[in-house]
Structure formats: structure tokens, C-alpha cells
Design a protein around this ligand. Sequence first.
Ligand SMILES: NC(=O)c1ccc[n+]([C@@H]2O[C@H](COP(=O)([O-])OP(=O)(O)OC[C@H]3O[C@@H](n4cnc5c(N)ncnc54)[C@H](OP(=O)(O)O)[C@@H]3O)[C@@H](O)[C@H]2O)c1
Length: 296
Amino acid sequence: MGTTVILGAGGRLGAALAREWSAAGETVLALDRHALSLGDFAMVKRVLGSLDFDALVNCAALTNVDYCEGHREEALLINGEAAGIVADVCEQKGARCIHISTDYVFDGLSSRPYVEEDVPLPVSVYGASKLAGERAVLTAGANHWAVRVSWVFGPDRPSFVDQIVTRALKEESVAAVADKWATPTYTLDAATLLRPLLREVSGGGVVHLSNTGVCSWQEYGQWALDCSGEFGLPLKARTVGAQGMSDIKAFIAKRPPFTVLNVSKLAGLTGQQPRPWREAVRSYLRSQCELGVWSS
Ligand SMILES: NC(=O)c1ccc[n+]([C@@H]2O[C@H](COP(=O)([O-])OP(=O)(O)OC[C@H]3O[C@@H](n4cnc5c(N)ncnc54)[C@H](OP(=O)(O)O)[C@@H]3O)[C@@H](O)[C@H]2O)c1
């Protein structure tokens, strides 16, 4: 077995991959932003150049969509140009680069789940910067993968699902956006689904990865409250009200309304079918409740 470098190992997905793969016997070199800062290209080349590895997963990115909207140059540098430099180093070493990308490369106007061949048309700086990263990675060599994920959740950093439960424990009424749809992606499931791409699957290109099904943020939140109520949390709010995207004044960047990803290609490549998002969310909330994450 080879050695896998994980960039962004302090983040939600990177930390989960590092822990899960190490536990499964993989040799993992987990680098957070202190060990490797993507904005420092000389450091990227020096640090990666000094390591011996045959696969790298780049989970590091500027992920705050609204921050990116006001910091276009920085977003393009970190999410775009630096991603290409990472892939170039991988190519020179004969290592495979798996670059984590996003459903936000699409404009969200489709009426069916997006397939990998659909033309990306980002509506935000974040989406454009991530698309630039994908293109730079795929230009670096034929054996690299750009893996698009959506609505990532898991135990290593809170996301929407944790926030809605935390709010429902404190407030009598909660609401979430009802006119935006995608599919949640559980980081622990992503660890299993991604692993064959490290070495077993040949080739390269774009591939979509998420749990299956579709939901709005409101439906996602409602399911989170249904499950956590069942697992015994003393929720003050049990129903998630509906908001429109236009009601959220804090949104600076435009969001694509429908970005469900078709994951058939991944299933064909790896022989693994992702589980439905409701099962994944339920499993996550059960383990968080068992760990006492919300117990005071
Ligand atoms: N979260 C989602 O819902 C979602 C949806 C679609 C796609 N994605 C993609 O999935 C990947 C993983 O996302 P995530 O949810 O794990 O996000 P995350 O928790 O924000 O992790 C990103 C990591 O990148 C690090 N980072 C930021 N700037 C860096 C720099 N200049 N140099 C080195 N590291 C840097 C961050 O460090 P700090 O912790 O210090 O900030 C963080 O640890 C990203 O490529 C993202 O675009 C995420």
C-alpha cells in the first residue's frame, strides 16, 4: 500500500478522511494549513517535494462563499492557481491528485440532477474559483480526479445540520431556506466512497460524490430535528419554518438553487452505491447524541 497526503486536514472533510483512512490501515500524512499554506507557492513545492507519497487529496480551500465574493483574487489564488500547483507537483512525482470541488460550479437552473458532462456555469466567485481549480488539476495530467461534493456534514466541524439542532435546543422557532435544493454528503461516507479512487480506479476526470436523494435546507433541517428529537434531545422547536433565499440578508454571493449531483458515474467506477441522505444524517445524529455532543 502507498502513502496518501491529505491537504486541509484541519477541516471538516480533510480531518475525517485522515482519521478514517488511518484507522483502516492507510499510511496518511495529514497536513493542515500551518503545515502547508496554499497561498505560499514556494512552501507548497518545498513541502510536497520533500514528501514521499503516491496519492494526495486536496480538501483545503477557501470555503466561505460570501467571503470569496468580496475577495476574488485571494479565492482564485487559493482555490484555483494553488490547486494547479499542487497537481503539478503530484504529476512530477507520479502521484495521483484528487481535488475536492463543489456543486457550486453549476448555475443551479437544471430540472434534473447534474451529470459530469453538464457545462459548468458558476454564479459566484467561489464557484468560479473552484472551477478554475478543477481545470488546473485536470490540465496537470490524465490521472487526476476532480471530485464534486455538496452540503458536506460530519463530526469534525459544525455545519448546517449541527447549527439547526443547536438553535432548536435554544429557540422556540427555527426556519431554513425552502427554495434551494441539493444533497447532503456525510464525511464518513465520503471516506468510504473516495478510497477506491486513490489507487484502484484507473483514469481521471470529473466525478460527482454525495449521498443520494434531494432536499431543501428546510427538509434537511426538519429531518435533523425529527431524528434528534427521537434520540432524546429536549428540543424547544420541533418544526422548521420556510424561508426564501431572498429573505437571507446575510447572503452576499448568489447561490445556485438546484445542485443535486447524479452519482451514477462514481457508482460505476467504484462499485459502491452511496446511501440515501436521510440514513446518513440519522446515523450521524445518533452518534453525536450518543457522544453527548448536545448534553449540557
Ligand atoms: N462544506 C460544504 O458544504 C462543501 C460543499 C461543496 C464542496 N465543498 C468542498 O469540499 C472541500 C472540503 O470542505 P470542508 O467542508 O472540509 O471545508 P472546511 O472545513 O472549511 O475545510 C477547508 C480547510 O482548508 C483550509 N484552508 C483554507 N485556506 C487555506 C490555505 N490558504 N492554505 C491551506 N489550507 C487552507 C482551512 O483551514 P482553516 O480551518 O484554518 O480555515 C480548512 O481546514 C472544499 O474543497 C470545499 O470547496 C464543501
